[in-house]
Design a protein around this ligand. Structure first.
Ligand SMILES: Cc1cc2nc3c(=O)[nH]c(=O)nc-3n(C[C@H](O)[C@H](O)[C@H](O)COP(=O)(O)OP(=O)(O)OC[C@H]3O[C@@H](n4cnc5c(N)ncnc54)[C@H](O)[C@@H]3O)c2cc1C
Length: 378
């Protein structure tokens, strides 16, 4: 049996970004069930960071995470982890209220937001259907950033190893039990005895807790679909912003490696699973793009689905389980797990080692009680 200090269950962005900090201070092992890191949600996202999503805690963590993406620590990566790409939020007449609410929320975190008229929107994304019955108002946030999730995952794993930690794939936690003051974690190849478990198992985090006899958080995985298609011949879309309908219903679209990606912003409750795109959602994505633009989607060149896993209040959770010593939750990252990962990792380090709340988080109004699991059991 291997003696360690911390076993992180889950090799997605949550587990790896936290482990990178923890491994500098304690013997840390990340165990991932799949053969590749980021196989589930972390490898299937739109990899964008913007302020048009989540509540104050999520926006605060998004803001607190920005410096990491803009200026990563020395030696962390050899090429940029992100690049500037504006986010544009669009509204039909019925959605103007949503757009205004978004504007007042977002301006608390960035001063880079301007209202854009239909004519200005057309200069930015010439295919939008603007005017009566179409898109009438927009907001442009110049602070948006496109992230490189593969690079981020690999760089975090490298940093874990450089700090003396381990990252093991094909190592699902298949048995969890408490023996005295320790947790025993069985995987196919190794058994670990550890003081602390960090449950960063994404959509499976509740299942891991239940296996350990810990009260689940009540997490709900939601499927979301993305399609990829070619823009019309000769049209350079590379400078187009991440373009998203204001409110919860609609679509978003962004350029990626010469193609356009689009999502119908589907929110379908599912079991934890290897999510696959459904025909209906693929068709809905294409329909919503064609409804709001003059684009014809044509052949769908790529399609995938992934899970966004939410707590009841939709705020990511970090902190020790109130009912189980040494069991640390790092779950419920919803639709913002990449853009909030550096801040969540910072919070994890402080809460796990029982240290002062980081100033970087307090500066954006993020408090421990907003993200600790206790709130979900109150
Ligand atoms: C379509 C889509 C678009 C998105 N767009 C964005 C975006 O633009 N920006 C953004 O910030 N976020 C976005 N998200 C959300 C983001 O992808 C997630 O919040 C984030 O990836 C969650 O990371 P995670 O590490 O918690 O989960 P995961 O990446 O799923 O990692 C959890 C890991 O735990 C492993 N695991 C489970 N059980 C066990 C076990 N028993 N033993 C060992 N390992 C186990 C799994 O195999 C998995 O690899 C999007 C998500 C989707 C689906």
């Amino acid at each position: 049996m291997r003696q360690v200090d911390i076993v992180v269950i889950g090799g997605g962005i949550a587990g790896l970004s936290a482990a990178m900090r923890l491994a500098r201070r304690a013997r840390t092992v990340v165990i991932e069930r799949e053969g590749a890191l980021g196989y589930h949600s972390s490898g299937r996202s739109a990899t964008f960071s913007h302020f048009g999503i989540g509540d104050a805690a999520v926006r605060g963590m998004t803001a607190a995470s920005r410096p990491f993406f803009e200026t990563p620590p020395d030696g962390f990566v050899e090429r940029p982890l992100s690049f500037a790409k504006p986010a544009m939020f669009i509204a039909t007449e019925e959605l103007i209220g949503e757009l205004r609410a978004l504007e007042s929320e977002m301006t608390r975190y960035t001063d880079t937001i301007t209202r854009v008229s239909p004519a200005e929107m057309l200069e930015i994304v010439p295919v939008l259907k603007t005017g009566v019955g179409g898109i009438v108002e927009g907001l442009l946030d110049r602070s948006g950033r496109k992230l490189d999730s593969d690079l981020l995952l690999q760089a975090c794993a490298k940093a874990v190893r450089a700090a003396g930690g381990e990252v093991v794939t094909e190592a699902g936690a298949i048995g969890l039990r408490r023996e005295g003051e320790r947790w025993i974690v069985d995987t196919a190849g190794e058994t670990y005895s550890t003081a602390t478990i960090v449950d960063a198992a994404g959509a499976w985090a509740d299942e891991v807790a239940i296996a350990a006899g810990v009260r689940p958080l009540g997490l709900q995985p939601m499927r979301r679909t993305i399609i990829g298609f070619d823009p019309p011949e000769g049209l350079d879309v590379s400078a187009w912003p991440f373009t998203k309908t204001a409110g919860d219903e609609g679509f978003y679209m962004l350029p990626d490696a010469g193609r356009l990606l689009a999502s119908p912003m589907d929110v379908t409750p599912t079991e934890p699973t290897d999510a696959q795109p459904e025909d209906f959602d693929i068709a809905l994505a294409a329909w919503r793009v064609e409804e709001a633009t003059t684009l014809e989607v044509g052949r769908i060149k790529a399609k995938w689905a992934g899970l966004r896993t939410f707590t009841a209040d939709k705020v990511p959770t970090a902190g020790f389980a109130p009912d189980a010593p040494g069991f640390f939750w790092l779950a419920g990252q919803g639709g913002y797990g990449l853009q909030t990962a550096p801040a969540m990792a910072l919070a994890t380090e402080a809460l796990l080692f029982g240290e002062a709340w980081p100033e970087e988080l307090a500066a954006y109004g993020v408090r421990p009680d907003q993200i600790m699991p206790d709130r979900l059991f109150a």
